[in-house]
Design a protein around this ligand. Structure first.
Ligand SMILES: [Zn+2]
Ligand SMILES: [Zn+2]
Length: 416
């Protein structure tokens, strides 16, 4: 029969990769808990409408990349393409804002997007996400960015650049948007790509983050948001920068760092790595003061970021695999039950190891023990069974000793 294969862009993560992902998640927990974050696990699937409203129907994500289907009652559902929408839905649905003025949520898990798979970009990919809902103060932005940089440093990511921009607010952005749009219309638009010619009408800010070289070149003298912010936005941005300066966190201003949607306000940031080429972004986020309202909650400010775990994994080595304490081999079928009891006793004594069920010759048993990488081989033959002993062999120095069953845990733990 033909073998069934995994879906393209969906990966199996065996021990090494899995250990790396666990390391990332545990490190995130350690660092984010220091900042008062709690973990929130939201469903992998939500009603499609949630993503339409929070991510926007005009975006590539919603138009082309979501795994969307109808359930048996004809309701449209989608696998989550990102985490923020679900977190906000949970926040609003559970009325969390009435119970606390600031909520800090951390989530980690798989997301799904039907993109062209490439290195570091899977269709089922994994993200670490943080959302801080409630504060409008610029120190909250600085804290979020500082925490992200702390985390990246903690896990050992090097050669990265923090990029910053401000996207203004509903008071200053509309005028800038119009100015940018008029400026774009004054260009010979034939140099712009097809997407940009469309974006020029619907979402002119997005023209600035087009990766197409001719679009970049054509817009190099475009008016900049930072030159058109209102006093409040300018002050907010200045405080964010001051806080980062005080922490010696370096950043570059990137005027092309824009977000396509109206609910994004003020601070936007991205961390890029010099070590993963063109798709260098490893984390990104920003302030989204209009988001909670856009999915039916009250007007609550917030800020968040997402960090791609596959991208981080490209830049890190998996931590070394922990060594097993023991490998139990039985030399005789009649010893199997006794071996089973011994294995259980050792594990209840907090030791790690495996039992080989098939009875073997001493030579073959030692080969198996060696292959397992365990520190001790435990050999059980008929004399061990009779005398209620275990023959324990130190795999490093080759010494071996018959140890009474009840003393085996302390023998292995203490090496004697
Ligand atoms: Zn403003
Ligand atoms: Zn373009």
């Amino acid at each position: 029969m033909a073998k069934i294969q995994a879906i393209k862009g969906f990966a199996d993560l065996f021990a090494d990769e899995s250990r790396l992902f666990t390391f990332l998640e545990q490190s995130a927990r350690t660092v984010f808990f220091r900042y008062g974050f709690t973990e929130l696990r939201t469903p992998l699937m939500e009603y499609t409408d949630l993503f339409c409203r929070s991510i926007g129907t005009e975006t590539d994500v919603v138009q082309k990349e979501m795994y969307t289907f109808n359930d048996s009652k004809g309701r449209s559902m989608s696998l989550r393409p990102e985490a923020t929408a679900g977190v906000m839905r949970a926040y609003v649905e559970n009325n969390v804002g009435a119970k606390e003025s600031v909520s800090k949520f951390f989530t980690a898990g798989p997301m799904f997007r039907h993109e062209r798979p490439q290195k570091g970009r899977m269709r089922q990919f994994h993200q670490i996400n943080c959302e801080c809902i409630g504060p409008k103060e610029p120190e909250a932005d600085a804290e979020m960015i500082s925490m992200l940089m702390y985390f990246l440093n903690y896990i050992g990511i090097k050669n990265i650049t923090l990029q910053l921009n401000s996207l203004g607010c509903p008071n200053c952005r509309p005028a800038y948007r119009e100015k940018l749009q008029n400026w774009l219309k004054s260009l010979d638009t034939s140099v712009l790509c097809e997407d940009c010619r469309r974006r020029m009408e619907t979402n002119p800010l997005r023209v600035l983050d087009c990766k197409n070289p001719s679009c970049k070149e054509a817009t190099k003298d475009a008016p900049l948001m930072l030159d058109h912010t209102c006093d409040e936005c300018a002050g907010h941005f200045q405080t964010v920068k001051n806080c980062l300066d005080s922490q010696n966190i370096h950043y570059e201003i990137n005027h092309r760092l824009v977000r396509g949607l109206d609910y994004y306000t003020r601070t936007a940031f991205e961390v890029v790595s010099d070590n993963i080429g063109a798709q260098g972004s490893i984390a990104g986020g920003g302030r989204y003061d209009g988001l909670v309202e856009s999915i039916g909650g009250s007007s609550v400010p917030g800020i968040g970021f997402a960090c791609g775990m596959e991208r981080l994994a490209l830049l890190l080595q998996a931590p070394e695999a922990p060594k097993a304490d023991f490998y139990i081999a039985v030399l005789d079928d009649a010893c199997r039950e006794y071996g089973f009891k011994a294995a259980q006793m050792l594990r209840h004594g907090e030791l790690c190891g495996t039992m080989g069920f098939e009875s073997r010759s001493i030579k073959s048993a030692m080969r198996q023990a060696d292959k397992s990488g365990a520190k001790y081989a435990v050999l059980i033959g008929s004399s061990e069974l009779e005398q209620h002993n275990l023959m324990i062999k130190n795999m490093e120095n080759g010494t071996q000793e018959a140890v009474p069953f009840d003393r085996a845990v302390s023998f292995i733990k203490e090496g004697k």
